[in-house]
Ligand binder design. Structure first.
Ligand SMILES: [Cu+2]
Length: 622
């Protein structure tokens, strides 16, 4: 590379409307020119990730403040970050370019034994199928099972994890499982070929090991839910429901600036994280009140719980596969929904009978990562409530079921098993409740023993504990105590003289169930607690670390809190782990009805009273 290369581009000189706007196509091309001029884009180099390298918070706020849309002449340096992989040599690098200066700002070459590997690239899927189908040992393993036509075997390249095996050290690799697809419309997930895995070196482009542990019959029953022979005739008694907005929606979208009712925010999108929300504010009579500087779900891990042959099955859908990469154009959906009753009361004394309808703004996207489909939904309500909901659907990952009561897998069709697993999402919530100076209180609810102050034993109290430092703020939920975490302003109070606040209500599903000594526990340390609170650091973006694929572990949140910084009255980031332990049900085959998980944020003394008294009563057309 030539460190001094400078490329002048239109994209660099024009600049974005706002420093948090996603990079434009012109900007990506401009960044590509800079990389090429620096000699970093040889013929065999591929982009494993390419996105906006967001400027640090202080730079953004110095230039724009909180008011959405206000532009400033002092724009921060506009940068893009690229993960580059040379698919011929395996050399992997993390490069930042400045569109403002037209130069490469930084470049780090990864050490695969320390950093692991860059994410899976799209081409790896075709590469894997081509190479595995041609491998003699794998073909022999298939032939022993009576599968001689390899064109009818589909292969699924899966991230490999990191288990310290000598013949895997430093390799960019995937483990490849096989499924029979007898004809183009056949539903391959119905027909797993269990007991065989090809371990494939993506750089050497060869299978370096075939694991062939056991033989089980390939399940035969079709799961093609689009086939009338499988689903039966369609029901014909569902009458139409029509939802219309005759005067149009109540929100406005100006560039990336979204406004609805008292809410304002900026919308972003990233190949790795998917939807990102920025500078979420609520306006009241005091003006625009900052709430969350940045909200996203930057990581998720799906560890499988079958200890046999497929012990290595664990997918980080964000860090390894980049959830945002697998979506269609116009992927972000913004709409309003009626949400039933907001409040109602018929008063026995004054005879007043009033009701109001709740409504929410929905900002969402859906992505398909392999067998699963995930919808990420953010809901903003009239009363200041925010919800994050992940909708999980798609198809179960399947294996052959050994019969009997096999504890690690559910039989969902004859001979077809769906191994138990967890979905553990990590939401990153860069909180700014009424400003940067925030703190977090843990709040437990309990009863009190009978005593002089509680002679009848009916007392109920909250126990409020300030989480003072990063190490004390690594916490687990406790449903038996109704545990919540309250983010309070340490500078602003409400009319009662108490801090304005927002409270996080967790669902309190189990955290990571893998043994603490396991590889997956080291690699997904973030998933071992429901809550982490860190002091804001612009370099801390990903809860399992920057590089996740084949990473040996220890990166991300456990490393972020090693300095144990003070978080009381500081600029803080909340990281919340949520998601279910999933023992599949027969009703989830061959395609799963949506299952939901998520969390809720509610204003707690942020307002001085119910902020929705001014919502008009329902009229004839709503
Ligand atoms: Cu699941």
């Amino acid at each position: 590379m030539t460190d001094t290369a400078t490329v002048r581009t239109d994209a660099g000189s024009a600049g974005p409307a706002h420093p948090l706007d996603p990079a434009s196509a012109a900007e990506y091309l401009a960044g590509r020119l800079i990389l090429a001029a620096a000699g970093l884009l040889g013929e065999s180099v591929r982009f494993a990730y390419y996105g906006l390298d967001e400027p640090a918070k202080d730079e953004v706020l110095a230039g724009t403040g909180w008011a959405a849309g206000r532009s400033s002449p002092s724009q921060p340096d506009r940068r893009l970050r690229a993960f580059l992989i040379d698919v011929r040599t395996g050399e992997s690098s993390d490069v930042v370019v400045s569109l403002t200066s037209g130069q490469v700002v930084s470049r780090r070459v990864l050490d695969p034994r320390i950093d692991g590997q860059l994410p899976i690239i799209t081409g790896d899927f075709a590469t894997a199928e081509e190479i595995v189908r041609a491998d003699p040992q794998w073909r022999a393993a298939m032939a022993r099972r009576g599968l001689t036509d390899v064109t009818k075997i589909r292969t699924c390249p899966l991230t490999a994890g990191s288990f310290g095996d000598d013949d895997e050290a430093g390799r960019r690799m995937v483990r490849v499982l096989a499924f029979v697809q007898a004809d183009p419309h056949d539903y391959a997930w119905s027909h797993p070929v269990d007991g065989v895995a090809a371990y494939l070196d993506l750089i050497e482009r060869r299978v370096f090991r075939v694991v062939d542990e056991f033989e089980r019959p390939v399940p035969a029953e079709s799961g093609d839910y689009d086939d009338p022979a499988v689903r039966g005739p369609l029901r014909n008694d569902l009458r139409p429901i029509e939802i219309t907005q005759p005067e149009g929606p109540s929100f406005t979208l100006d560039g990336t600036s979204l406004r609805w009712q008292n809410w304002s925010m900026r919308i972003g999108f990233d190949a790795r994280e998917g939807l990102t929300l920025h500078q979420i504010s609520l306006a009241d009579s005091d003006g625009e009140r900052p709430l969350i500087y940045r909200a996203s779900v930057p990581e998720m891990v799906v560890p499988y719980g079958d200890p046999a042959f497929r012990y290595w099955q664990t997918y980080f859908d964000s860090g390894e596969y980049l959830v945002g990469k697998w979506v269609v154009p116009n992927a972000i959906c913004i709409h309003e929904e009626d949400h039933g009753i907001l409040w109602k009361h018929t008063d026995i004394f004054n005879g007043s009978a009033q009701s109001r309808r709740q409504r929410r703004l929905v900002v969402s996207f859906f992505t398909t990562v392999g067998n699963y489909d995930y919808g990420f939904y953010w809901y903003f309500y009239l009363d200041g409530t925010i919800e994050c909901e992940v909708k999980m659907t798609g198809t179960l990952f399947t294996a052959a079921h050994p019969g009997g009561d096999y504890p690690y897998s559910a039989e969902v069709a004859p001979g077809l098993g769906a191994p138990v697993h967890q979905h553990l999402f990590s939401a990153r919530l860069d909180m700014t409740v009424d400003g940067l100076a925030n703190a977090v209180d843990e709040i437990d609810v309990s009863g009190c023993p009978v005593g002089p102050d509680n002679p009848y034993g009916n007392a109920i109290i909250q126990t409020i504990t300030r989480l003072g430092s990063e190490s004390t703020a690594a916490r687990r939920a406790d449903a038996t105590r109704g545990r919540t975490w309250r983010v309070v302003s340490t500078e602003r109070t409400n009319r009662f003289g108490r801090p304005t606040a927002y409270t996080l209500y967790p669902e309190a599903a189990p955290v990571l169930l893998a043994d603490p000594s396991s590889s997956i526990s080291a690699r997904s340390g973030f998933a071992t607690n429901h809550l982490w609170v860190t002091r804001y650091d612009p370099a801390q973006r990903y809860p399992a670390g920057d590089f996740v694929n084949q990473h040996p572990g220890g990166a991300g949140l456990p490393a972020f809190i090693a300095g144990d910084q003070d978080i009381d009255g500081a600029d803080i980031v909340l990281w919340h782990t949520f998601g279910p332990a999933h023992f599949p049900r027969p009703e989830e085959w061959p395609v799963m009805p949506v299952t939901r998980c998520g969390f809720t944020l509610k204003p707690t003394g942020f307002f001085d009273r119910n902020p929705t008294l001014d919502v008009p009563p329902p009229s004839s057309h709503c």
